[in-house]
Design a protein around this ligand. Sequence first.
Ligand code: SF4
Length: 410
Amino acid sequence: MKLSTNEKLQILADAAKYDVSCASSGSNRKNTANGLGNTSKMGICHSYTEDGRCISLLKLLLTNYCIYDCAYCVSRKSNDVPRAAFTVKEVVDLTINFYKRNYIEGLFLSSGIFKNADYTNERLIRIAKSLRTEHHFNGYIHLKIIPGCSEEVMEEAGLYADRLSVNLEIPTERSLKKIAPEKNHTSVYTPMNYLTGRISLYNDEKRRFKNAPKFAPGGQSTQLVVGASPESDFDILHLANNLYSDQKLRRVYYSGYIPISDDNRLPALKAPPLIRENRLYQADWLLRYYGFTVDEIVNEQHQQLDLTMDPKMMFALRNMHLFPVNVNTAEREMLLRIPGVGVKSVNMIIKARKFRRLGYEHLKKIGVAMNRAQYFIEVSGRPLGMVSSDPDKIKMALAAREKRNQLTLF
Ligand code: SF4
């Protein structure tokens, strides 16, 4: 049966929602004389689906046909779901039409695997190329690189896309072999390594030559599926940390496994582990912006992130000997470890304390979340409102406050 573009859109936009690596930050592409749109470094307008996933871009699969049978994936070949495939022209037209109507500010394009990696990626690239060269589209484009893709194909993808991503999906080779036996990590790390080198070359050229040809200026990212395999948060965060340091990835995205299969190789979950996913994002934020090491967040004794408290609070509660922190004298590194104090507040504290000693009111004005910070700071040499230095009592006080806040919502 021949499907209309709208019917394909329903199937392929729905199938794309399982890929969460869709933020658009990190790229800068100006409009040109007769061009269409632009991309700013600050990211684009984001909107969220009911379960909190970002859908700020026109987010599509080119096709949900796939030659592989990864147990955790809705597009796996053995799954009995309606299948569809866009033509190159259909995706180009949809992108331009949605863009002109101001519905979207860019395109996130992934795909099941048609015949092989290169065959599929060449089609994705034709779409990006047509948008850039025929329609002079300067909006954001994120293209998926299919594991196993050749260097020639990646070279071309980098010319037209702002960001490229190869998904690692399952954190360890051992688990991958169990639930996606046709795949292996080498087919992911090989293109990822190539892109790391190529993007670094581009960044170097950009510093030296004003008109260096763009190559994936928004860098590369990857996605890890969380909860489909037994890896702990300790394993996942160590892996993410290595990807940031060795592969210079711009983002690692965490996708809570959505139970779509009763395959006995997968855990029997009732719902996707969204709180765990959220805690991983918070921990990731601490690694990237707060200078935390992985071992401060999770370690051999505490391999899983706490689901009731955020990771920064849990670090503080496990390390009460480091608190209270005197905000008038503490090093930046310690200020960043106080729950309720963000990077912006730390910068303001450091600036403001040069001129005066800071007290409760100053901190409130600066934007410190005093309901959380009060247990961990001192001003003028006195602990501030510290009910106890007993982490269990603080945890109980915070939980009671949280409950009260929730009740006031109803
Ligand atoms: S290769 Fe990708 S699209 Fe195909 S079944 Fe595996 S995860 Fe799904």
